[in-house]
Design a protein around this ligand. Structure first.
Ligand code: BJW
Ligand code: ZN
Length: 237
């Protein structure tokens, strides 16, 4: 029996949580971002080879995401954040839709598409402009090339954010894993860390993932439908 007041609750989300907002996922049949796979464009090599192409991809995504709103799954997670005494939200998403729904202190392990940073100096800034005035954009401080403040393949995640995510996974009693294919490391290890430390794992995903067999419960339905229903049945009264 799940009692969400008995101990810390941690949620890990992936692209599937934003799918019902109209943001495409990365992998699978529906998972092509304008005919590119993340492995082709979300890499430092791709950016070195052709920064303009990579920026065009991000510009296209920024435009798409900027026109989208949070769905009931984001809203339910924001309610959990406000209701549960010890709740941590970890997301692999860069779209900012959890914050738009009202979640505070989200651990964004892969960064945020609405921030840019300089490849030549410490400049880091929020930038919500769509379209950007020039592609690729240039640093206002030093004229260097700006890049999206996201984590590409082969790059390290922020140690501070990863440490906080690891601690939330290791210390939780219940972990909800929502809308991730659970194949990209090190984020995909977080549910295993939770399991090893005795947490119960609940997966929300219409498709099977490498985690499914180890989950205590698997809810095979779109998160925007399944999560509000699940929360209505389990929220503290
Ligand atoms: C729904 C739904 C609905 C649909 N409701 N659900 C070999 C073995 C092991 C590891 C490696 C290896 N070779 C290289 C690595 C390391 C690599 C890695 O893990 N690669 C694997 C792919 C093999 N990882 C890294 O490089 C990471 N860094 C690192 O490890 O540093 C140390 C190191 C350095 C040097 C060398 C080696 C190690 C960095 C990873 C960065 C990932 N970045 C991206 C792009 C971010 C920026 C951007 O968005 O542009 O992050 S890639 C992309 O994948 C993005 C996502 O956050 C991430 C995860 O994807 P996610 O969220 O799971 O989405 P999908 O599409 O995969 O799944 C969606 C799911 O939703 C599906 O299951 C659907 O069924 C479901 N769904 N509708 C609920 N309505
Ligand atoms: Zn600069």
């Amino acid at each position: 029996m799940i009692d969400l007041t008995r101990g810390p609750v941690t949620a890990l989300t992936g692209a599937g949580v934003s799918a019902e907002s109209g943001v495409p996922v990365f992998r699978g049949e529906e998972g092509l971002w304008r005919n590119y796979r993340p492995e082709e464009l979300a890499t430092p090599d791709a950016f070195r080879r052709n920064p303009r192409l990579v920026w065009e991809w991000y510009e296209w995504r920024r435009e798409l995401i900027g026109a989208r709103s949070p769905n009931p799954a984001h809203e339910t997670l924001a309610t959990m954040d406000k209701t549960l005494p010890d709740f941590t939200l970890i997301t692999q998403n860069v779209d900012g839709l959890h914050q738009a729904a009202g979640s505070e202190s989200v651990l964004e392990v892969h960064g945020n598409i609405w921030r840019v940073r300089c490849t030549a100096c410490p400049y880091l800034s929020e930038d919500h402009r769509v379209p950007l005035p020039e592609l690729p954009p240039r640093c206002p401080e030093c004229g260097g090339l700006l890049r999206p403040d996201v984590v590409w393949f082969g790059e390290s995640l922020s140690q501070e954010v990863l440490d906080a995510a690891w601690a939330a996974a290791a210390g939780c009693q219940t972990m909800l894993v929502i809308g991730t294919s659970a194949v990209v490391q090190p984020a995909a290890s977080l549910p295993m860390v939770a399991l090893r430390n005795g947490a119960q794992l609940i997966e929300f995903n219409p498709a099977e993932t490498p985690l499914s067999r180890q989950a205590d419960d698997v809810i095979r339905a779109p998160a925007g439908e399944a999560l509000p229903t699940w929360w209505a049945a389990h929220r503290p009264t």
